[in-house]
Design a protein. Structure first.
Length: 579
């Protein structure tokens, strides 16, 4: 049952002080990495052939001949045999805690529990067969139904009640942001006509004319009810997080930002801290405090400081507060400037108005705490940009980093404001293959749907564009590989080997490989305030880099996802692979 509840939580989306037990990492000493093709992304030129590190830091990047001036008799020499070397990859929006929570159960036939999406009739027939074949099962949770088929009013509990009269049933949708519950499940959760909504227009229970919940539950409306039941056992959570971090490391990630864990931040960061103390944390880990309900904003700063005090270490740091500021277009919760075409009275929702968000940005600027916002709709982006602009007029250029993520729909006139205000534009390229179906485009209408996630338009306007994975479950964790993200940024289509996949509109939003690499390296470092120490291979920066046997620029773009690092180095230490 706990695993079922955990799955429910994650699909709604969609270190520690030093002590005697801490494992001390070996001092790497001075090393010369030679005979390499090094893509430095540095200010003095993009290419070099040798790299010298001393401990955690880079002391030289340049020609093999000049590198000899930085070595001595104790220097180790590593012949990289023509390998391609690039800066360590930085995932600036991912969810190790949720991936660790939403692990696949062993022995479960995923296909047998996957709902058909061809038609409602196929769906109801499947559910009836499932009910007959699993009459002994006390609780049913399946996914995922196609939101588009149920628009605009959404699914109803009565349709499930006819098939599952007494048994609680929860069905997840293909947007990852809403649920379909039958009457028994609503009763079990204590939801009725008197249950308050979490956030109007954003996280709420769809109701009929009498105020009775229909069974369609949007965003995080049920999270407060689930409470502490979301977190698996400590050992299971730690194992799941560790496996995901090892996967990221093996795919070139040296630094990440955890974009939120709802109310389970203590459990998640305790597990990450344990991995750190045991010498099993292979990345630099930026934790956050996650705001997803209105009342969280009043305690966010103190909560972040408490996490920093309790779990902070050299590799586990807390510099950012994340706000889940709006929803998604698929279920009409993304905050839009103009109404949805399918619901002329609905513009979605945002968690705070401009005045409250402005106050909060000002507070964070005084505290030196960065801000990261989930902003899918153009109104959400507009309110966030307005808040930053207001604070800058009062306090001058901000001393913190502010980033807006996803940016599915942004008003064209707001795109230049990202550069003007110094706000980072963070995109999720593995969404470019049409992962969530057609409901979002249907709700937005043709004009707005055509300008979805226009990454190159932001690049052309001079914004600092970053790329990240935003995966939330073990089932999709493989899509977090950065070379998948790079490929899909260039192609705007699914990362399979097929050339027939549909290209996401508009084609003009496709970028080039150099830009995609920057989105995972130097630009990502800027988003996290790390440009002085990470993001490029230059003297004085951390020795975080990736070694590949193939040059990405020589790989056919539709095959870029097949790249696998030979070795991944963090602070001079090989964390994955071998040299």
């Amino acid at each position: 049952m706990r695993r079922v509840v955990c799955c429910l939580a994650g699909l709604l989306l969609l270190g520690c002080s030093e002590d005697a037990t801490r494992v001390v990492r070996p001092e790497p000493g001075k090393v010369l990495y030679g005979n390499a093709l090094i893509y430095t992304q540095g200010a003095d030129g993009p290419w070099a052939e040798a790299l010298v590190t001393d401990g955690e830091d880079i002391v030289f990047v340049g020609s093999g001949r000049d590198a000899e001036r930085f070595v001595d008799e104790n220097t180790r020499r590593m012949d990289l045999r023509g390998a391609f070397v690039m800066p360590g990859l930085i995932d600036t929006h991912t969810h190790p805690g949720l991936v660790g929570t939403l692990q696949l159960e062993e022995g479960v036939d995923r296909e047998a529990q996957t709902l058909p999406t061809r038609s409602k009739e196929d769906l109801y027939s499947f559910l009836q067969r499932y009910a007959d074949d699993h009459f002994w099962q006390p609780f049913v949770m399946l996914g995922s139904w196609d939101v588009h088929q149920f628009l605009p009013d959404g699914p109803r509990k009565e349709d499930l009640d006819r098939i599952f009269k007494y048994k609680p049933v929860v069905l997840t949708d293909n947007s990852g942001h809403s649920l379909w519950l039958n009457s028994s499940a609503l009763w079990l959760a204590g939801v009725d006509e008197d249950t308050p909504d979490l956030s109007p227009g954003l996280s709420y229970f769809v109701r009929d004319a009498d105020g009775e919940p229909t069974g369609w539950v949007k965003e995080f409306a049920i999270m407060a009810i689930l409470g502490d039941y979301l977190v698996p056992g400590k050992d299971e959570l730690k194992q799941g997080i560790g496996e995901y971090l090892d996967f990221l490391s093996a795919n070139g990630v040296t630094t990440l930002m955890d974009a939120g864990n709802f109310g389970s931040h203590d459990a998640v960061y305790e597990a990450v801290s344990d991995l750190d103390r045991e010498g099993k944390l292979p990345v630099r880990y930026f934790g956050t405090f996650h705001i997803w309900a209105p009342e969280h904003i009043d305690v966010a700063v103190e909560e972040l400081k408490a996490l920093r005090e309790k779990y902070g270490s050299n590799r586990l740091v807390f510099e950012t507060i994340k706000i889940h500021f709006d929803g998604v277009a698929e279920i009409l919760t993304a905050g839009m400037l103009e109404p949805y075409v399918t619901e002329p009275d609905n513009r979605g929702g945002v968690l705070f108005d401009t005045e409250r968000l402005t106050e909060f940005v000002a507070e964070l600027n005084r505290e030196g705490i960065d801000l990261h916002l989930h902003t899918v709709g153009d109104r959400a982006a507009r309110v966030a940009l307005d808040a930053v602009e207001r604070v800058q007029k009062e306090q001058g250029r901000l001393g913190i980093e502010v980033s807006l993520s996803h940016l599915e729909t942004v008003a064209p006139e707001d795109i230049p404001r990202f550069k003007q205000l110094g706000v980072h534009a963070n995109f999720t390229p593995h969404w470019f293959g049409g992962l969530f179906g057609t409901a979002g485009a249907h709700n937005l209408g043709e004009e707005r749907a055509f300008r979805s996630q226009v990454i190159q338009h932001f690049v052309d306007a001079g914004a600092n564009v970053t790329l990240s994975s935003d995966v939330v479950s073990e089932d999709e964790a493989h899509r977090a590989a950065p070379f998948i993200g790079m490929q899909m940024s260039v192609t705007r289509r699914e990362y399979t080997d097929s050339r027939e996949d549909i290209v996401m509109d508009p084609p003009s939003a496709r970028t080039i490989l150099e830009t995609a690499m920057s989105g995972y390296t130097i630009n990502a470092a800027r988003q996290l305030g790390l440009a002085e120490s990470q993001g490029s291979l230059e003297p004085g920066k951390k020795a975080d880099f990736v070694v590949l046997d193939r040059n990405p620029f020589d790989v056919e773009i539709q095959r870029l996802h097949t790249l696998e690092p030979r070795a991944v180095v963090v602070g001079g230490v090989v964390e994955s692979g071998s040299l």
